[in-house]
Design a protein around this ligand. Structure first.
Ligand SMILES: [Zn+2]
Length: 508
C-alpha cells in the first residue's frame, strides 16, 4: 500500500434537537463530494458524520414531549441517519455522542487534560444562550443582552465550574496559525479566527454542575462536561470504535479536513486545537468554513416567509443529483449564497438536461446511428485533446483547497466546449458524405472520450447519473486516472452501446 495516503474528513455533527434541514444537507453534500473525489485519487478515505445529542436544550425539549432525553435523542437521530441515503452520502461511519464508547473515550481524553494540569475549579458568571448551550463574552453580545446568533435574550448564570485553561494556549495557537496559513480556510475565516485569538483568550467552562444530560466528569461525577467539548471530541473518539475489528486512531488521526459552518468557527479553530494540545494529541490539518444559504430574495429562510428551499421537495421533484449539483454550482463554496426552487429548476433544465444530459444523449445516439454503436478506434481531435490537457490535475488542485465550486466550473466549461464542437463539426452532415468517414470517426471518438472523461470528473457531484451513463458507455472506471482522453483511441472499442434514456428527463 505504499503511496496511499490516509484522508480523514468530517462534517460537523448535527444537533438532534430539530429536524434535518437544507443547512445539514448542504454540509453533508459538499463534504461527500470532497470525500468521493479523494477516493477517486486512490486515497484511503474515512468520512465521518453524526449527531450531537447532549446539552440542555435536548433535555428540555425531551421533557416538553414527555420523553426521557435518551428516547428523544434516539427518535431524532434516526431522522439524520435516514438523511444519508436520501442524499447519497458515502459516509463510512455515523457517530452518536450518546454512544457509551464515545462517552468513555471523552472521559479518557479530558482526564488526560486534567492530569496535565490544564483544568481548575472556579466560579463562573456570565451571559448564557440556552440555544447555543454557550456562555457569551461581553464583546460579542448584541444590545439588550441578546445572542449574536439567535438574537434571543441571554440569561445571567452563575455556577461553580471546572475551567479549561484556554489562556495557556494563546502562544501555541499563534504559532499554529503562523506555521499553517491554511489551518483555517477560506482566508476570510482565517482572519476571523485570528481576530478572536488576537482579542486575547480567556479560560472557559469545561463542565456544568446544573445539568445531568451529558458525559460525567470522571474526577467530579456531580458535573457533566460542557456539551461543546463532548461534541468536538467525536472526531477523535469515533476512530477508536467505528470498526470493531480495528482501532483506526493511528491510521486516520489527525483529521485532514473538518468541514463546518461559520457559526461554529470559534469552537473548531480555537477551542478544539487547544484541547487537543492540552491532551498531547496532534491537531487537525485544516478546518474549512462554509457559508450560509439564504433565500433567493436574500433573506434568511423561514417557514413564515415561505421562502424555504426544502431539500426533500427538490429530491422528490428533480432527484438527488439535481440537489447535489445545484447547491455546489450555485453558491461558491466558502461564501454565503442565495438559493431557491426556481433557480434549482432553471439549472436542472439549462445545465443538467440541456447541456450535459443532451451531450450524453446525442453522443450515444450518433454512435448508434452512424457507427452501429461502436466507438471508432481512432485518435481524438488534437484540438479537443488540448482542451482537456491537464484538466484532471487542475480539478485535483482545486479540491486540495476544497474548492468544489471552481472545480465544477472548469469541468462545465468543457461540457459547453463539447456541445459547441458538435455544432462546429455537424456530424449529421459528415454522415451524408462517404469521403468524410474519417472526419466523422474522429468527431464521434472525440465526443465519446470527452464525455467519458467529464463524467469521471463529475462522478463526485452527480454519482447516480454518471454511473448510469458510464455503464452505457461501457467504461465504468471512475478512478481519477481514467479522467484523461485516450490519445491513441478509446480502449472501449468494440462495445455495442445500448440506448440511453434521458439522464435528466423533463419535469413538470
Ligand atoms: Zn445562541
Amino acid at each position: 500500500m505504499s503511496g496511499v495516503m490516509s484522508y480523514f474528513i468530517t462534517t460537523a455533527i448535527a444537533y438532534v434537537n430539530g429536524p434535518p434541514h437544507l443547512g445539514h444537507a448542504y454540509e453533508e453534500i459538499a463534504t461527500d463530494v470532497i470525500a468521493r473525489h479523494m477516493r477517486q485519487r486512490g486515497e484511503d478515505v474515512f468520512f465521518l458524520t453524526g449527531t450531537d445529542e447532549h446539552g440542555e436544550p435536548v433535555a428540555d425539549t425531551a421533557k416538553a414531549h414527555g420523553l426521557d432525553p435518551q428516547a428523544w435523542a434516539d427518535q431524532n437521530a434516526q431522522r439524520f441517519i435516514a438523511l444519508m441515503p436520501q442524499l447519497n452520502i458515502s459516509n463510512d461511519f455515523f457517530i452518536r455522542t450518546t454512544d457509551p464508547r464515545h462517552k468513555a473515550k471523552v472521559q479518557d481524553v479530558l482526564q488526560r487534560v486534567y492530569d496535565n494540569g490544564h483544568v481548575y475549579q472556579g466560579l463562573y458568571e456570565g451571559w448564557y444562550c440556552p440555544r447555543c448551550a454557550d456562555f457569551k463574552v461581553e464583546n460579542e453580545i448584541l444590545d439588550g443582552n441578546r445572542c449574536p446568533i439567535h438574537e434571543i435574550a441571554l440569561t445571567r448564570e452563575t455556577e461553580e465550574n471546572w475551567f479549561f485553561r484556554l489562556s495557556a494556549f494563546q502562544a501555541p495557537l499563534e504559532e499554529l496559525f503562523a506555521a499553517n496559513r491554511d489551518f483555517v480556510m477560506p482566508a476570510r475565516a482565517m482572519n476571523e479566527a485570528e481576530a478572536f485569538l488576537g482579542s486575547g483568550l480567556q479560560d472557559v467552562s469545561l463542565s456544568r454542575g446544573k445539568l445531568s444530560w451529558g458525559v460525567s466528569v470522571p474526577w467530579d461525577p456531580s458535573h457533566v462536561f460542557y456539551v461543546w467539548f463532548d461534541a468536538l471530541l467525536n472526531y477523535y473518539t469515533a476512530l477508536s470504535f467505528a470498526n470493531p475489528e480495528e482501532d483506526y486512531t493511528d491510521r486516520y488521526w489527525p483529521a485532514n479536513l473538518h468541514v463546518i459552518g461559520k457559526d461554529i468557527l470559534k469552537f473548531h479553530t480555537i477551542f478544539w486545537p487547544a484541547m487537543l494540545m492540552a491532551a498531547d494529541l496532534p491537531v487537525p490539518q485544516r478546518v474549512f468554513v462554509h457559508g450560509f444559504l439564504l433565500a433567493e430574495d436574500g433573506r434568511k429562510m423561514s417557514k413564515s416567509l415561505g421562502n424555504v428551499l426544502d431539500p426533500f421537495e427538490v429530491i422528490e421533484q428533480l432527484g438527488t443529483d439535481a440537489l447535489r449539483f445545484y447547491l455546489l454550482r450555485e453558491v461558491q463554496f466558502g461564501q454565503d449564497g442565495n438559493v431557491g426552487l426556481a433557480g434549482c429548476r432553471a439549472r436542472y433544465e439549462s445545465e443538467l438536461a440541456n447541456e450535459y444530459g443532451n451531450l450524453a444523449s446525442r453522443t450515444v445516439a450518433m454512435l448508434r446511428r452512424y457507427r452501429a454503436g461502436n466507438v471508432p478506434a481512432v485518435a481524438p481531435d488534437p484540438e479537443i485533446v488540448a482542451q482537456f490537457d491537464g484538466l484532471a490535475e487542475q480539478v485535483s488542485a482545486l479540491f486540495d483547497r476544497a474548492d468544489c465550486t471552481q472545480a465544477l466550473e472548469l469541468i462545465w466549461q468543457r461540457v459547453r466546449r463539447l456541445n459547441r464542437y458538435v455544432e462546429e463539426r455537424q456530424p449529421w452532415q459528415l454522415a451524408k458524405d462517404d469521403s468524410q468517414a474519417a472526419a466523422l470517426d474522429q468527431t464521434l471518438t472525440s465526443l465519446y472520450e470527452g464525455l467519458r472523461v467529464l463524467s469521471v470528473l463529475l462522478d463526485p457531484y452527480i454519482p447516480q447519473s454518471v454511473e448510469r451513463l458510464l455503464a452505457v458507455l461501457g467504461a465504468p472506471d471512475t478512478a481519477l486516472g481514467a479522467a484523461r482522453l485516450a490519445a491513441a483511441g478509446p480502449l472501449a472499442g468494440g462495445v455495442d452501446l445500448p440506448e440511453l434514456s434521458p439522464l435528466f428527463p423533463k419535469r413538470d
